[in-house]
Design a protein around this ligand. Structure first.
Ligand SMILES: NC(=O)c1ccc[n+]([C@@H]2O[C@H](COP(=O)([O-])OP(=O)(O)OC[C@H]3O[C@@H](n4cnc5c(N)ncnc54)[C@H](OP(=O)(O)O)[C@@H]3O)[C@@H](O)[C@H]2O)c1
Length: 253
């Protein structure tokens, strides 16, 4: 293992769970790139973490723009030459319309960020991740993306009552697709020591849900950080949920 610090990229790191994940990885001694689409928001987030002595570096990244992902990879390559951790955190919510009333444009918009954005960023970063001796990819998903739990109408986190599982077509199916991506990438990369896992961070008070969640962003960052710091014997292709325990709880896909 090289003696230089581990290098991480967190997408959507200007606020919410992504910002808390970036802070924690910085506190663990990593150099953390904050992938943020807006310059002012990115520089503010960078200043915030640097003020606490962390090696945080803003890199402009709009995950819906493949060229932006490639430019971000070029920037990281020039400065740091490799990437050890990629946290695909950037995400958007969807409308609360019933599936029968959903707008196809809204579905496309949600998929651009939550699904296609993850492919664009992952593929742009893979040449850098392949230079790491122990790369980790963490996809920030949601229990709402679990087909098993949706079919059983059972929310293992207890946020929704038994028999109630929100039918949010855009969001839930985008996270189900993200889960499928996770397993697919994990299977391609398992021979290369790159561990790829998905996480459900719990119901966290952030802008995405109008701050209705009951966990803080720091609490929501816990399991993503656990997966970002797995040892070489750690799992790949698992879906881990926040449950207040030290290890997190494995969820059904
Ligand atoms: N909060 C929860 O209870 C919860 C539960 C399960 C899963 N999640 C997942 O957790 C992740 C983080 O969400 P959050 O709760 O922290 O919400 P949030 O506070 O709204 O943060 C979302 C982040 O994603 C960024 N983003 C959105 N579109 C982007 C794009 N095209 N390019 C780059 N960045 C983009 C946002 O940047 P801007 O500020 O520029 O918009 C923001 O930094 C999401 O994937 C979400 O689905 C959240």
């Amino acid at each position: 293992m090289s003696s230089t610090p581990r290098v991480a990229l967190v997408t959507g790191a200007n606020k919410g769970i992504g910002h808390a994940v970036a802070r924690r990885l910085g506190e663990l001694g990593m150099r953390v790139y904050l992938g943020v689409r807006d310059g002012e928001r990115g520089r503010t987030a960078e200043r915030d973490l640097r003020a606490d002595g962390l090696d945080a570096r803003f890199v402009r990244l709009d995950v819906t723009d493949e060229a932006s992902a490639l430019l971000a990879a070029k920037h990281i390559d020039e400065e740091s030459h490799r990437l050890d951790v990629l946290v695909n955190n950037a995400g958007v919510g969807g409308s609360v319309s019933a599936p029968s009333e959903v707008s196809l444009d809204e579905v496309r918009r949600t998929y651009e960020t939550n699904v296609f954005g993850v492919i664009a960023v992952t593929n742009a970063m893979l040449p850098l991740l392949r230079r790491s001796q122990a790369a980790r990819i963490v996809n920030v998903s949601s229990v709402l993306g679990s087909l098993a739990h949706a079919a059983a109408r059972h929310d293992p986190t207890g946020v929704f009552a038994e028999g109630v599982f929100p039918a949010l077509l855009e969001y839930n199916t985008s996270k189900a697709a993200l889960n499928a991506l996770t397993v697919t990438y994990a299977n391609e990369l398992r021979g290369e020591g790159i561990l790829v896992n998905a996480v459900s961070p719990g119901f966290v008070a952030t802008d995405i849900n109008g701050h209705r969640g009951h966990l803080t962003p720091e609490q929501g960052a816990r399991v993503p950080v656990l997966l970002a710091t797995l040892g070489d014997d750690g799992p790949t292709a698992v879906f881990l949920g926040e449950d207040g325990s030290d290890t997190g709880r494995e969820l059904a896909w």
